[in-house]
Ligand binder design. Structure first.
Ligand SMILES: Nc1nc2c(ncn2[C@@H]2O[C@H](COP(=O)(O)OP(=O)(O)OP(=O)(O)O)[C@@H](O)[C@H]2O)c(=O)[nH]1
Ligand SMILES: [Zn+2]
Length: 353
């Protein structure tokens, strides 16, 4: 296996040269478990950890490796390595960490395309598609939508679902598939390009593993467990999350996400709800919240039937989450700063003793 087959490109090669990383081995993080990382090189897989230096300078989660990262490593045992550096990330897919306020969680890095996967049964929700879409838009990852389990409904039901999605989300390619009878799979295969990295986003149970097994021609992924023991006698078991597909694409299968929080989505919302942003240019007030203002072009559009109320409601909900996230982050920064000051004074005082 070459590094190119794992997704290594000229941009990374240039960085390696410029930063004198040629003396290290180059590999890609394929899974992560409690600060241990499986790194795949052109030769083999290493059970790796980061060097102390990298750990001490790390300020946040983003400074640690994540699945999809390119890293510079050195072998210190037959199957063990140290991670010395993380290559700059082309893209970072992230969400707000569940349960932890104001902390982002990296889903995966260096992703080119995302498949947003939903089942047509009880999981189906256009609001959820818009959430995933916003995450993709914010990280410049190109999205595709895949509706699974279409074998469970008839053609009429399917076409009405498809038109509902396309009415609200007109510009994103949509696939409808069945992992049971394989209908629609061929079309998905056709868009997958060699050397590009794909990621599956979707709740638990929607058929992501079934789909990745089909695309990778490997029927044992669930049992494909990497197990190795380290020199400290620690035992590491992890699920392999990065797969090479039959047609040369690279697929990252992610753990199901019951909750997709709006992290620092920046311009992502703007892109997902571009109609609303376009309309808002005509609002009377520059800081219009589109809730109850006079001369609000967004509210006018709803009243005229030019904008779906469901789109509007989801937009408001996600806006609220976004500002909540931003204020908790600001709060946390303030506290950290105060703590830093306190420690500084404390050290100063100690110096006087
Ligand atoms: N009828 C039908 N069942 C499907 C289809 N795809 C998956 N399933 C079933 O749905 C269940 C969940 O499928 P998985 O592939 O494990 O779903 P997942 O998204 O990987 O779920 P997690 O592993 O929990 O993240 C399994 O029982 C599958 O057999 C489909 O296209 N049609
Ligand atoms: Zn307005």
């Amino acid at each position: 296996m070459t590094l190119e087959e794992l997704g290594f490109d000229e941009r990374m090669a240039k960085y390696r040269k410029e930063h004198h990383l040629d003396s290290f081995l180059t590999g890609r993080v394929t899974s992560e478990h409690k600060e241990r990382y499986i790194v795949k090189t052109s030769e083999k897989e290493y059970d790796s950890e980061i060097v102390g230096n990298l750990r001490f300078t790390a300020n946040s989660r983003e400074d640690f490796p994540a699945v999809g990262d390119w890293v510079a490593i050195s072998e210190y045992n037959e199957d063990e390595a140290l991670i010395h550096a993380i290559y700059p990330r082309k893209t970072i897919l992230e969400r707000q960490a569940v349960g932890k306020h104001g902390e982002k969680q990296i889903i995966a890095t260096n992703i080119d395309f995302a498949f947003i996967v939903l089942a047509i049964d009880r999981d189906f929700s256009i609001n959820r598609i818009e959430r995933y879409l916003t995450i993709c838009n914010n990280s410049k990852v190109s999205p595709y939508i895949i509706l699974t389990k279409i074998d469970l409904i008839d053609e009429g039901e399917l076409s009405s679902l498809v038109s509902k999605v396309q009415e609200r989300i007109p510009h994103i390619p949509l696939f409808t598939i069945s992992n049971e009878n394989l209908s629609g799979i061929k079309k998905v295969r056709e868009v997958i390009k060699k050397g590009k990295t794909y990621c599956l986003l979707g709740s638990s149970g929607v058929g992501k593993s079934s789909l990745s097994n089909i695309l990778s021609g490997n029927n044992s992924m669930k049992t494909d467990i990497i197990s190795s023991s380290t020199n400290r006698g620690k035992h590491v078991t992890s699920h392999r999350e990065l797969l090479i597909l039959e047609n040369g694409g690279i697929l990252i299968d992610n753990p199901g996400m019951r909750e997709v929080g709006m992290a620092d989505v920046g311009k992502g919302l703007e892109e997902t709800f571009d109609t609303i942003y376009e309309l808002s240019k005509d609002c009377k007030f520059k800081d219009c919240t589109h809730i109850n203002e006079k001369g609000c072009a967004v509210i006018d559009a709803i009243e005229n039937g030019d904008l779906a109320i469901s789109t509007y409601e989801n937009f408001l909900k996600m806006e609220r989450e976004k500002s909540h996230f931003e204020s908790t982050v600001a709060e946390k920064r303030k506290k950290d700063k105060q703590f830093g000051k306190m420690m500084k004074n404390f050290k100063k005082d100690q110096g006087k003793l």
